[in-house]
Write a protein that binds this ligand. Structure first.
Ligand SMILES: *[C@@H]1O[C@H](CO)[C@@H](O)[C@H](O)[C@H]1NC(C)=O
Ligand SMILES: *[C@@H]1O[C@H](CO)[C@@H](O)[C@H](O)[C@H]1NC(C)=O
Ligand SMILES: *[C@@H]1O[C@H](CO)[C@@H](O)[C@H](O)[C@H]1NC(C)=O
Ligand SMILES: *[C@@H]1O[C@H](CO)[C@@H](O)[C@H](O)[C@H]1NC(C)=O
Ligand SMILES: *[C@@H]1O[C@H](CO)[C@@H](O)[C@H](O)[C@H]1NC(C)=O
Ligand SMILES: *[C@@H]1O[C@H](CO)[C@@H](O)[C@H](O)[C@H]1NC(C)=O
Ligand SMILES: *[C@@H]1O[C@H](CO)[C@@H](O)[C@H](O)[C@H]1NC(C)=O
Ligand SMILES: *[C@@H]1O[C@H](CO)[C@@H](O)[C@H](O)[C@H]1NC(C)=O
Length: 446
């Protein structure tokens, strides 16, 4: 994805840059009266990132963005004017009269702005930090009272210490958005965000439709994300602050010399990118969407997806395709319906816990991904089943040590059966009561 920067150009740019800035001017900051012109840039204090003008191979379009600074491969992690490219090299990045950081062209047209209101015009500074965060503030240098941060307006890259999520109080969503193509940073169709639900989880949407779910966060990892349990324990975590009503995922690795970040690529794949100094290139690791069954709702409600079978979708036991014709054509999105209605005898037992029914068992389904939108209860394992039995609308349950009991009602999207990677993460056990009374899922962590 990265394009090699013309290496003979680089020293020229750097000297050009140093000539432009007067002595005493911090090279990581643009102040009120200052601007940089294509092809200049500023560099974060420790030299990790630079902010400035760039273009992609075979294109004359110019962009202002944040790039890794110390590696020979052009690697863009944020783009200001992603939807309005500069058509020539007349671009200027400046603090405008109203105090905003703006990108404008040779005709003084503003192509992009931080667009903050009520600024103190001659006090604003824009500083690029070694984290890759570009921070606009009122000259207090602390960053604590920042007016605008690129980390709150991400492009397609999820960098260390960035907080992806939802502030429920303000309703502000911070999500990454894919590019349109490998060399086109304009808004793509995919977004990645942390969604609170009842149990927070990461969700990739394609044109606002759920496309991929990580499964619930269990305190250590997302139970539906490949290899998450081994690799990510180090620095990745989710904060679900019920008091403050804010939810976010973030990560920070203890090994500071490791260059690593995540990207939502233009095809909606969540990619881990790790710099390999020996190879002199990024090593990409695709963490999700390994097979058709990873797509959310591939087989519809109560359909079971198995990538090793042809066709990959079938209905759960006791269910039939809702639309047989579509189903035959390989459009499984309408899912399956229950052939015999639920008989809710357990409620009639009126608190006796469904005695007489309880041993009928639940259908056991192995290596399933936890269905979307569970309710949760912190009660301990073993009681999940009883709890589910007592509640007529409960059609399934599962257990995870980090979460407690999870319960589901309504239509279930069952996914990723026999995914080799899912198997290595957890085993799903699921019982069906009398085949007609509903599904019960019991998640056992290995
Ligand atoms: C750029 O052009 C060269 C030569 O025409 C071609 O080999 C290369 O694949 C092109 N790169 C991109 C990204 O289109
Ligand atoms: C600034 O914000 C206003 C209103 O929110 C919006 O209409 C306008 O397009 C924005 N301008 C830029 C340059 O982003
Ligand atoms: C901003 O500039 C005006 C005019 O140059 C000056 O009077 C004012 O004191 C400045 N304000 C700050 C906060 O520097
Ligand atoms: C994005 O969505 C639009 C509308 O559904 C579609 O035409 C386009 O091909 C999609 N682009 C990508 C890269 O998937
Ligand atoms: C930290 O990361 C660097 C670069 O990937 C690696 O060479 C080094 O061995 C790592 N150090 C530790 C303690 O893992
Ligand atoms: C599959 O079926 C659904 C529901 O009937 C319909 O909305 C969708 O367009 C179909 N998709 C394709 C690819 O035919
Ligand atoms: C269940 O118990 C409640 C109170 O104990 C009683 O009012 C109700 O009639 C009972 N329902 C059935 C179906 O037995
Ligand atoms: C029954 O289960 C549903 C679905 O999990 C849940 O929304 C509801 O609160 C439960 N009712 C009781 C009384 O526990």
């Amino acid at each position: 994805m990265g394009k090699t920067i013309s290496s003979c150009l680089l020293p020229a740019l750097i000297s050009c840059f140093y000539l432009q800035l007067q002595f005493g001017t911090a090279s990581d900051t643009i102040r009120a009266s200052e601007s940089i012109k294509d092809p200049e840039f500023i560099i974060s204090q420790g030299g990790v990132f630079r902010l400035g003008f760039f273009s992609f191979a075979n294109s004359t379009n110019r962009y202002v963005g944040i790039l890794y600074n110390q590696i020979p491969v052009q690697t863009v992690v944020w783009v200001a004017n992603r939807n309005r490219a500069l058509k020539d090299s007349s671009g200027v990045l400046t603090i405008s009269d109203d105090g905003n950081l703006v990108v404008s062209n040779g005709k003084a047209e503003i192509l992009w702005s931080t667009n903050v209101t009520n600024l103190v015009p001659n006090a604003t500074t824009a500083q690029l930090l070694d984290s890759g965060n570009l921070v606009l503030n009122n000259g207090d240098n602390g960053g604590s009272s920042s007016l605008w941060e690129s980390f709150q307006h991400p492009s397609n890259a999820f960098l260390q210490t960035m907080k992806i999520g939802v502030d429920v109080k303000t309703g502000r969503k911070v999500h990454t958005r894919s590019w349109k193509g490998p060399d086109d940073p304009s808004d793509g169709n995919f977004t990645d965000c942390l969604e609170p639900f009842n149990i927070p989880e990461g969700v990739i949407r394609n044109n606002n439709q759920i496309y991929f779910r990580t499964g619930p966060w269990n305190g250590h990892f997302y139970i539906g994300l490949i290899e998450m349990n081994t690799v990510y324990l180090d620095g990745f975590y989710v904060v679900a602050d019920d008091e403050g009503k804010s939810y976010y995922e973030t990560y920070e690795y203890s090994n500071k010399s490791m260059l690593i970040y995540y990207e939502l690529d233009y095809e909606g794949r969540f990619v881990e990118r790790k710099w390999d100094a020996g190879k002199g290139d990024w090593i990409n690791r695709y963490l999700i969407l390994q097979n058709d069954c990873d797509f959310y709702g591939k087989c519809g409600a109560f359909g079971i997806c198995d990538p090793k079978k042809q066709p990959i979708c079938r209905c759960s036991k006791g269910f039939k395709p809702r639309n047989a014709e579509e189903w035959r054509r390989g459009n499984w999105s309408s899912g399956c319906f229950r052939t015999t209605p639920l008989q809710c005898q357990r409620d009639n037992n009126n608190g006796s816990g469904g005695a007489g029914q309880s041993d009928d068992g639940f259908l056991k389904l192995k290596t399933m991904k936890a269905p979307a939108f569970p309710d949760r209860s912190s009660i301990i394992n073993g009681e999940c089943k009883d709890q589910c039995m007592k509640n007529c609308s409960c059609v399934a349950y599962a257990y995870d040590a980090g979460i407690g009991c999870m319960f589901w009602s309504g239509d279930l999207i069952l996914m990723s059966r026999n995914s080799p990677l899912a198997e290595s993460i957890f085993t799903f056990v699921c019982h069906l009561r009398n085949w007609i009374q509903g599904l019960g899922l019991l998640l056992l962590q290995q």
